[in-house]
Design a protein around this ligand. Structure first.
Ligand code: CP
Length: 336
């Protein structure tokens, strides 16, 4: 097992969470994604950055956006991509997560992109993967979805370059949302002034105010004068027990339609990480309306994931090289 360095400074070898990441690193990811956007948006077809590298998608939970955009990001950087089909893998015969990782690592790879239903599972992969393999969190339980937070920040910055003074509403099932947790950390670190959590109290984590977030159970005050309105899906697969009377009741109180969106600023961005439940948390007129940047979020996911893959894999390589030099008695290229 090797020491884990999280997401700070030059030691950005894994991307497990945005918690603890400093503003310069987050800004560096956004700036790198901006430089990759010509390739992500296909004005340039491919770059050789990850030529010869192998990126493995290990998705233990379903995904449309994240898995496909990691695959495209890796391919546009010329990496080879292995999409492991967990449903037909030997995990169904009782193979442990550690043995699955060690098995694929034995075939030589450079990066694991991992989605898992259990919070902490991706950190476990990072702790047990052989040295030199970058691990990127593609969403773990309710814990973290760092690349979603970064692609959302990227999308916001393209429309509204100043995070300072910005007011953001996050509306919906915040309790079960790894996206909300990562979003709050990323946007606060980047300088967003106010974040409103808008939901019934049954869907708001008890400790959220400690993160500097304002709680609003009234959607009108929650959306008032916001620059960004970000909706979240009701995560029924993570709900134990009855937290809401019904979806119809939820839509009547918290669903964002054009009349409610009008409480926000006239140029407010409408965002949703997907998958959307139209008619539950968002109306189709808002999802497909002129303020919506929902498809831009999806598009920007490729550029942001290109940035994260290229940075973490390069830092892992550099770190491994330094470890090998140290093991041979060389420090900084000098024999000691
Ligand atoms: N936003 C998001 O994580 O979507 P997928 O579950 O489709 O990857």
């Amino acid at each position: 097992m090797h020491e884990i360095q999280y997401t700070d400074g030059g030691e950005f070898r894994h991307f497990l969470s945005v918690e603890g990441a400093k503003e310069p690193l987050l800004t560096a990811i956004l700036d790198s994604a901006e430089r990759f956007s010509d390739v992500a948006e296909r004005r340039v077809k491919k770059l050789p950055t990850l030529n010869g590298k192998v990126v493995v998608n290990l998705f233990f939970e379903p995904s449309t956006r994240t898995q496909n955009s990691f695959e495209l990001a890796a391919k546009r950087l010329s990496a080879d991509v292995l999409n492991t089909n967990i449903k037909t893998s030997s995990t169904t015969k009782g193979e442990t997560l550690r043995d699955t990782i060690m098995t694929i690592a034995a075939m030589q790879c450079d990066c694991f992109v991992v989605r898992h239903g259990s919070a902490g599972a991706v950190q476990y992969v990072a702790e047990h993967a052989p040295a030199g393999i970058a691990v990127v969190n593609a969403g773990d339980g309710r814990h973290s979805h760092p690349t979603q937070a970064m692609l959302d920040a990227f999308t916001i910055r393209r429309h509204k370059p100043q995070f300072e003074g910005m007011k953001v509403a996050i509306v919906g099932d915040i309790l079960h949302s790894r996206v909300a947790r990562s979003e709050i950390h990323a946007l606060k670190t980047l300088g967003v002034s106010q974040i409103n959590a808008v939901a019934p109290l049954t869907l708001i984590p008890r400790d959220i105010e400690a993160l500097g977030v304002e709680v609003h159970t009234d959607i009108k005050t929650g959306l008032q004068d916001c620059d960004v309105v970000m909706m979240l899906r009701l995560q029924k697969e993570r709900m134990n027990g009855s937290l809401l009377p019904s979806e119809t009741d939820y839509y009547q109180q918290y669903g964002v339609d054009q009349a409610r969106l009008n409480y926000a600023k006239p140029d407010a961005l409408v965002m949703h990480p997907g998958p959307m439940n139209r008619g539950v948390e968002i109306s189709s007129e808002v999802a497909d309306g002129p303020q919506s940047v929902i498809w831009e979020q999806v598009k920007n996911g490729v550029a942001v994931r290109m940035a994260v893959l290229s940075m973490t894999i390069a830092n892992q390589q550099q770190w491994l090289h330094e470890q090998q030099l140290k093991a041979k008695g060389h420090i900084g290229g000098v024999m000691i």
